[in-house]
Design a protein around this ligand. Structure first.
Ligand SMILES: C[S@@+](CC[C@H](N)C(=O)[O-])C[C@H]1O[C@@H](n2cnc3c(N)ncnc32)[C@H](O)[C@@H]1O
Length: 273
C-alpha cells in the first residue's frame, strides 16, 4: 500500500480502531494472496489493504451480521438503515425503544440496522452486552449525527472480496492456507496490573488467550504463513512475542469520553515470519 494514500474510514465506531497506526501496519504487513483478520472489529485493516481475498472474523456476531448484510443486499439495506437516522430519533426515549427492539428482534436485517443506529447514537460508541446477551449501552447525547452513507457504500464494494465469519481466533488459525497473511488485533493487554484507565480493555480476553495467540502465530509462521500482531508494549508482550520481529512506537490515545484526557501508550507490532 502506498503510504501517501489516504486511509479509508470504517463506518462503525470501535474501541481500539487502527486508523491512527495504519501506516505502521502497511510497513509491516507482508504481501500475500489472502488477508486473514481473526479480530476484525471495525475492519480498518481489511478496508485499507489490497489483498485479492479476505477472511474477516470476530466473535462479535453483530459486527459480522452487518458486514454480511452489506455484502448480500446493499441496495436495500443502506436505505433501510438511513430511515433510522432522523433527527427525531436522536432522543433518549427513542434510543431506549430501539435498543429494546434490537434485543428482541429475530430479523437479522433489522438487528443489523439497529446495531448501526446504536453504534452511532449510544454512549461513546461502546459495544457492551449484559450477562444475558442484551445490549446495554446508555444513550450518547450527541448533538449531531451523520448517516455514514459513503462509508457503508465503500464497505459494501470492498465486501465482494471477503468472507465474513463469526468465530473464535483459534478457528481462524485452523483455516490457515499457503499464501495467507494474518493480521491480529486482539483486545489489548492492560498496560500494567494497576492501570485500569484504559476503559476499552476487554476483561474477557485472558492473558492465557494472549499466550495462546502468540503460540499459534509462531506455529503458523513455521508453516510459511506470516502473522502480524498489534498490542500494547509491556514486559508481558515483550516476553510472549520474543521470537518475533518487533516494531515499537507510541500512540496518542483518548482514554476517556472527554477528548482532552489523552495519554501516550507504547504499542508494538510483532511480526512472526
Ligand atoms: C481491538 S479490537 C479490534 C479493532 C480493529 N482492528 C479495528 O480497527 O476496529 C478486538 C476485537 O476482538 C474481538 N474478540 C474478542 N475476543 C475474541 C476471540 N476470542 N476471538 C476472536 N475475536 C475476538 C472483539 O469482538 C473486538 O472486535
Amino acid at each position: 500500500m502506498n503510504t501517501k494514500e489516504k486511509s479509508k474510514v470504517p463506518f462503525l465506531k470501535w474501541a481500539g480502531g487502527k486508523r491512527k497506526i495504519i501506516e505502521k501496519i502497511w510497513g509491516n504487513l507482508p504481501e500475500g494472496e489472502r488477508l486473514v483478520e481473526p479480530f476484525c472489529g471495525s475492519a480498518t485493516v481489511f478496508l485499507n489493504t489490497k489483498y485479492e481475498k479476505n477472511l474477516i472474523a470476530d466473535t462479535n456476531s453483530d459486527v459480522i451480521n452487518i458486514y454480511n448484510q452489506l455484502q448480500s443486499n446493499p441496495e436495500k439495506f443502506i436505505p433501510y438503515c438511513s430511515k433510522l437516522f432522523k433527527v427525531s430519533n436522536n432522543e433518549a426515549e427513542k434510543y431506549y425503544e430501539f435498543r429494546a427492539k434490537f434485543n428482541k428482534t429475530k430479523s437479522k436485517q433489522l438487528r443489523a440496522a439497529l446495531f448501526l443506529y446504536l453504534n452511532k447514537h449510544g454512549y461513546n460508541g461502546l459495544c457492551r452486552y449484559n450477562s444475558s446477551g442484551g445490549f446495554n449501552v446508555p444513550f450518547g447525547k450527541y448533538k449531531n449525527i451523520t448517516f455514514p452513507e459513503r462509508y457503508l457504500q465503500e464497505f459494501s464494494e470492498k465486501s465482494l472480496l471477503a468472507e465474513f465469519i463469526t468465530q473464535d481466533f483459534e478457528t481462524s488459525f485452523s483455516m490457515a492456507q499457503k499464501g495467507d497473511v494474518f493480521y491480529c488485533d486482539p483486545p489489548y493487554v492492560p498496560l500494567n496490573a494497576s492501570n485500569s484507565s484504559f476503559r476499552y480493555v476487554e476483561k474477557t480476553f485472558s492473558m492465557e488467550q494472549q499466550k495462546r495467540l502468540a503460540q499459534l502465530a509462531e506455529q503458523t509462521a513455521d508453516k510459511g504463513i506470516p502473522v502480524l500482531i498489534s498490542n500494547h508494549l509491556t514486559d508481558f508482550t515483550k516476553e510472549i512475542y520474543k521470537n518475533a520481529e518487533l516494531t515499537t512506537f507510541s500512540v496518542q490515545r483518548s482514554i476517556s469520553c472527554k477528548g482532552d484526557q489523552r495519554e501516550k501508550a507504547q504499542e508494538v507490532l510483532a511480526l512472526f515470519k
